[in-house]
Write a protein of this length. Sequence first.
Lengths: 357, 357, 354, 354
Amino acid sequence: MRSRYNGVPRMTTIISKVRNGAEESLKPELLLQMHDLMRKARVLEERLIRMQKQGDGYFWIGGPGEEAFSVPLGLLTHKGEGPQYDYLHLHYRASGTMLALGADPVDALRQMKSTASDPYSGGRNFASHYSVRKWNVVPVSSPIEVQYAMAPGTALAQRRHGGTGITIVTGGDAGTAEGDFATCLIWSARKGSELPMLIIVTNNQYGISTPYDGQHGEKRIADRGAAFGIRTLTIDGNDPETSYRAIKQAMDYVRKERKPFLLEAMVSRLYGHSSSSGANYIEGEADGLKLFEDKLIARKLLTKERADELNAKYTEELLEASKRVRDEAPPAPEDIWKHVFAEQSVVGGSSGNKGAR
Amino acid sequence: MRSRYNGVPRMTTIISKVRNGAEESLKPELLLQMHDLMRKARVLEERLIRMQKQGDGYFWIGGPGEEAFSVPLGLLTHKGEGPQYDYLHLHYRASGTMLALGADPVDALRQMKSTASDPYSGGRNFASHYSVRKWNVVPVSSPIEVQYAMAPGTALAQRRHGGTGITIVTGGDAGTAEGDFATCLIWSARKGSELPMLIIVTNNQYGISTPYDGQHGEKRIADRGAAFGIRTLTIDGNDPETSYRAIKQAMDYVRKERKPFLLEAMVSRLYGHSSSSGANYIEGEADGLKLFEDKLIARKLLTKERADELNAKYTEELLEASKRVRDEAPPAPEDIWKHVFAEQSVVGGSSGNKGAR
Amino acid sequence: MTTMVQAIRMALHVGEERHGVTDIFGEDVGAPLGGVFTQTQGLRTAWNSPLDERGIVGAAIGLALAGSRPVAEIQFCDYAFNTIDLLKLAGAMHWSSNGDWNCPMVVMTPVGAGIHGSIYHSHSFDAQATRLAGWKIVMPSNPRDAYGLLLSAIIDPNPVLFMAPKALLRQKANNDSEEVPGVPSDERELSKMIDAPLGDRTKWKPRWPDTPDLLIPIGKARMDRAGNDVTVVTYGRHVHVCRKAAEELATEGIDVELIDMRSLHPYDWDAISSSIKKTHRVVFVNEDTDITNFGEHLLRRTIDELFYELHAPPKVLAGKHLPGVGLADNLEKGSVPQLDDITNAIRTSARHEP
Amino acid sequence: MTTMVQAIRMALHVGEERHGVTDIFGEDVGAPLGGVFTQTQGLRTAWNSPLDERGIVGAAIGLALAGSRPVAEIQFCDYAFNTIDLLKLAGAMHWSSNGDWNCPMVVMTPVGAGIHGSIYHSHSFDAQATRLAGWKIVMPSNPRDAYGLLLSAIIDPNPVLFMAPKALLRQKANNDSEEVPGVPSDERELSKMIDAPLGDRTKWKPRWPDTPDLLIPIGKARMDRAGNDVTVVTYGRHVHVCRKAAEELATEGIDVELIDMRSLHPYDWDAISSSIKKTHRVVFVNEDTDITNFGEHLLRRTIDELFYELHAPPKVLAGKHLPGVGLADNLEKGSVPQLDDITNAIRTSARHEP
Ligand SMILES: Cc1ncc(C[n+]2csc(CCOP(=O)(O)OP(=O)(O)O)c2C)c(N)n1
Ligand SMILES: Cc1ncc(C[n+]2csc(CCOP(=O)(O)OP(=O)(O)O)c2C)c(N)n1
Ligand SMILES: [Mg+2]
Ligand SMILES: [Mg+2]
């Protein structure tokens, strides 16, 4: 394979099969829905990259290459506000998940353009740093791995609350070297106080320029769960059918048993790390979208024409949207002072936080 | 068992046997030397406790109950300065190790009394916070687990240096919840860059008042090494013969293979956590010294009289020493300014650091 | 008279019962110990966390985001220096999401020297705390304030750091103005009600006195002593040292006005500036190390806004810029402001001829 | 002309070859990337660490204790806030062991705003750094200083924090006084010698120019511009902004003396105080947030020692007290001192009638 950083051998991976025996096939409508969202996510990322290159944004980072995992994750999430629904502690490659939840891609363009209308941060944060309280999407923040330290908190609330809401946390492979990943395993697996958490690592075998090999003594990152009695699984995250089934299986376990599950998904990093590393399409990485599209065409669930139309439609829509967004107002200098302190508490949804004012 | 905090059930432990097959017996002289040092260490700790209770010190923390492990550890350490010898990153229960290395117990009394003559910190630090550069004993510091983040650094230097010097790091069970413990495993086990480290956890099944059970999902803390391909062992650290053999086996492996080994020793906490929790003898905890003494007497290697004499001798010596120490000068107020900055570099011994001034 | 730890315990109890506190947690916070200073004994929602400060702060953030009301403890502020990134994140949650989320959590932690705590039980956290934008920061100097500030911290929709001066934790209220309202007047009676017995505690249950919702507003200072000659601005345990200094100086005819800030952020600039406008002299006292110290901020603001009001150079008294506070008595005394240092500084200011 | 990243690289090379540097490490510091700003390309001892800042600082301490000479990088200072306890420990090593050990390590990290880095690539670390007793702290404003200060950091027997203003990393020396001695005068030639090629780098080897042991002393400031009317004290990227301000104000007849501190600790009080004694007016400029800010310390010392020298209130210009620097251009500009803010502050000081 070729990547931006030549001469770096990549780890050879053998991906485990999803172990739930019966590989029941997914409904065609679901497959097409996943394909649609994956394409939409890809087009969105490509639009964001283009905007950045054209000077309509300062920095790009995102998830092209993770759609085959991130889209099913979003589809399977129980969306809503408060501990009865799922909490999402996402990292910065989660556009597919957000679109699957129903996010308007134009909002992502707004964040790229740093407009005042950016609903995720009001022009304060980088692209792909989502925040949607009404869907329990906790603010994505740049520091690697801190989400793994915070996630046990929402899961603690859910353990107490009961029901089927779970906490989902995602992050990259390199970041698991931070102590916060261990914190997450430890806090989720305390005997008698296990937490309903789906702990996810999307392993693209790189941290910026640093290959997986040479940094890890673990054969699989997922193996780290074993000492804690945490169920684990490593899957091919470039196959949306595998992903869907594996996520579903893991979620079913977590929702029901109220115990943690550690899921490692092998994924690609199709445009490199970020705009800082050029953000060009990397030949030789598995492209889950292409592979899936080919598969659907081979299975006659999709035609090449229909697929191209879809691509063209989203491309056109987002190009138009990016032009509109260009005219939206930037925040004013004095907006820096907005929202330093909250005037009243809004977290927890209608059911939570009754005692406090 | 009874402990200061009643009503807390303790974890039941099954201790693995040292797995090196041939349980070769240790020489009588070595057994008696270990017994002597264990007694000396116990008497030292009891003297320190007494000093604190009598107002000759502000705070006591130490290692009574760990002698059966800490003494063999000190005896097996290759003592000296620089990367060709072993580095010791100890926690605050290591008096047995220090005495086995040859430390003068009177210096520990000086630290308890906060005299200017305290060689470990000049009256700045608590008792049991040792520091001896000429023996590669890195300053013990109060924050839990930071030693596990620093230890890979000395081991890196030793990996480069070659030879048989290794890095030894010790700490408690509760502290393994800090991310720094994971850092230690990760940095020591990087494929192709493994570090010569003996990573030790002395598991007394408590963190201050908090029992092991309920905080840990791991059956054995040592299990956490497995995912990283680290060799592991859990032993009865209350038996000095088991300890000696296990430490030797682990050290032999680390010295030769230049790879990490994770050793968990189940130990007792015979006077509770510290002076803050009363520092009274806890009935019902296994007392490794007593058990060993009885064993030696049964094996006719020692007599009750000889054992009592030894106890009396050390007790007398340290009582006298504590009186002398009482008259040693405290540091002066302006001594706070000493050693904020080093004028020249002294680390690394004669062989290290040639390039720099 | 009530001690500060008892006051904290009662505030937490009221928090649990009437203000939605769901989790009081940290190292050794739950049964059987109830906190290394006994500050969380007998509380219904108290539990022992793993020994992991990053996990503690992280979990508190998560709990807050999920609509729970956590009160997390860092056993000593000396062990919070590896969590500053997480504290910053909590403070940024509302701002960085442009008002979408808020993060109503309380972190409490004992701070400061004065108990021969050696290097790692003597740190101050004032400077660090005041640099945490998005946080409110409080520090009581007596049991009543501890009670009222902690309750205000609990109901605040923002992250609040409650720093308890560890040298005051076991001190009793000096007089009624420092007493928690509603407690039995016999302190042995109170102790019987809410202090856990030694030995077996498994069957012990506290009986809580009926204490009211005293909400001491965050951001308001307390005038500890009115005076005309020199303004002294401090907080925490140095309120008591400065009060002593004021009493000594009164005998010399120097009339000190003593302000107990109570809140370090937002802080009560009105109180400070009107006092300085009256006395024209000011000494800021705290025990944190003195390079890049919070008192230096207050002094800078004084210069910015009150330069021509001053009849003497404003002064900061702080701890020495050192890696830690040494254990030996001489070392501790040499490191943090002592009564004499304070008396001298005030005297110098009072006698200074403009 | 040399850029600051090239200067850093050459200093590290000289460190490796002549001053015993054994390890240059951190995230993406080794091949193939050689640092996210290219600052460690082609270095013999550079290697990639795990993504673990605590591990990085911890390993640097251990290496230093074992007599190695580590230069550890934190990729952005924004990611050092979880390591402050370890930084404190490194700074305490010599002191707490009563002189038994020393800890000769260098940590380098890019700091500050000015590149639209959004919340987590715009932090300053000045206040944090100056609170680390036992550390020496430097920040260069040009390639030559970067080279000379980094070499001094490397040979110092204490832990030294080398903060590189990220907005200056790719800037070239403005003139010969900012140039690294010994480099080829043709900058394309230098680039061919020491900049890694795009694409395959496996076979690339740098050719290092023969640069001397320029040791810029830690603790000494640099007079950037002599003047008589107002002293401006700054460091890092604001040296350039303040220089521009001085040039503008010169046309109005205001003669600015500009001091580039170079070292934040120990700092050159002699240089600052003799300038203030000459101009009687001072403005301290930095971009860190402005509550409990290092400039406030300098102002406080000015008040302590030079109160009656002052013909105008001393002034601190700093960043806004906010959780971060927002990404949008307006937000970044609103958050950190801009040219106009500085010009105005100096003008106000110059025109102030005592
Ligand atoms: C705490 C922290 N350290 C360093 C960085 C800089 N950084 C941004 S992304 C990245 C690599 C992350 O790799 P990985 O965890 O594998 O996630 P990926 O980007 O590959 O999805 C680094 C080092 C950061 N954002 N946060
Ligand atoms: C970082 C940090 N957090 C908290 C403390 C306070 N503390 C001192 S000892 C201790 C318990 C340690 O338990 P463990 O690791 O099992 O070691 P043990 O004392 O049992 O040998 C705690 C919480 C500390 N010293 N450092
Ligand atoms: Mg990765
Ligand atoms: Mg323990």
